[in-house]
Design a protein around this ligand. Sequence first.
Ligand code: V0V
Length: 139
Amino acid sequence: TVLAVDHVGIAVADLDAAIEWYASTFGLVATHTETNEEQGVREAMLSAPGDAGAAVQLLAPLRKDSAIAKFLDRSGPGIQQLAYRVADVDASCAALREKGLRLLYDEPRRGTAGSRINFVHPKDAGGVLVELVEPADGH
Ligand code: V0V
């Protein structure tokens, strides 16, 4: 079961420049930044001050062979993914597999802030790369 829209992921070429642009243009503040070697990204979570709702996640590539580098080459900067928060990513993946949807990983991998993540293939989700995220603190 989906608990909430957790974040919308946006591919950018330059993370620091993008953080600055979102701050000066929309007043969004970076609440967390992190490098995820396995995913090949430097990322930042942005929110409107005081808003605990869905975040904007800026994703910049660490390497030329990363998912974000490939996305930027093909599509340019823009929305790359929509992430739903779930209580139990293993159970959610099992339920979606049961419905015939392809999950990208056999087992969840590490996401932002120690979360556990998996992705539904965009061809099985209406053209949207859907991330499922189980936060580390179980919220
Ligand atoms: C590719 N396609 C997309 C897409 N990427 N459609 C919608 N949104 C996207 N982001 C389409 C593409 O145009 C093709 O359509 C088709 O899917 C298959 O493309 P492909 O060439 O076979 O596959 P790739 O090599 O482009 O890879 C796509 C996938 C890859 C989704 C498999 O990006 C991936 O493994 N993503 C999961 C990991 C990830 O995105 N990590 C970065 C975020 P046509 O042309 O055949 O019609 S890390 C993160 O979110 C973290 C850490 C976090 O939130 O905690």
